[in-house]
Design a binder for this molecule. Structure first.
Ligand code: S3P
Length: 181
């Protein structure tokens, strides 16, 4: 069996990973899908903040975005050896090449696509997102990331105009049809 570092591994940890911009509904969908289909769910932001006992803004302040991306990569490595789960990934996890490569090897990746204005409008606590907090240009950020989301995605799922419950229900149906949940 291959290992995480061999680059040609045959192992597939069998996760279902949700990626997409901040506010695209990943966390809620992951929790609801996990409950509905009796799976474990993980959230990379929650995992990282628990491991470091720091908030996301604290980590950005102390280590910068690059430091946070490194923690995200380490968290993905940790997921290599855990039972198949539904994983909600932080919106910027696709920013580094090594995390994109690892994401693709961890399981089936769903890109939760939504217009960035709609996504950001859904966020109740923008101050907890360092890249939004200081009036960052989120349109430019989305444009830069879009090719990376598409690169890692096995499935692109358009959540425009949908409420979190609808997202989970519809995505659940699609995944069930494919035998993925
Ligand atoms: C980030 C998204 C956030 C969090 C951090 C950085 C990003 O997660 O990881 O604020 O760079 O897009 P959510 O996508 O869950 O909001």
């Amino acid at each position: 069996m291959g290992s995480i570092d061999d680059g040609i591994s045959v192992k597939d940890p069998g996760h279902l990973l949700l990626v997409g911009f901040m506010g695209s509904g990943k966390s809620t969908a992951a929790r609801k899908l996990a409950r509905r289909y009796g799976k474990v769910s993980f959230d990379t932001d929650i995992g990282i903040t628990r491991m470091l006992d720091k908030t996301v803004p604290q980590i950005f302040d102390e280590e910068g975005e690059a430091g946070f991306r490194e923690h995200e990569y380490e968290y993905l490595r940790y997921l290599w050896d855990v039972e198949p789960a539904i994983v909600s990934c932080g919106g910027g996890i696709i920013s580094t090449e090594k995390s994109r490569a690892l994401l693709k090897r961890l399981g089936f990746v769903v890109f939760m696509q939504v217009d960035p204005d709609e996504a950001v409008g859904r966020i109740s606590s923008p101050r907890s997102r360092p890249l939004l907090a200081n009036g960052g240009d989120y349109h430019a950020l989305y444009e830069r990331r879009l090719p990376w989301y598409l690169e890692v995605a096995d499935l692109t799922f358009d959540t425009s105009g949908m409420k979190p419950g609808q997202v989970a229900a519809k995505l659940g149906e699609i995944l069930r049809e494919r035998g993925l949940v």
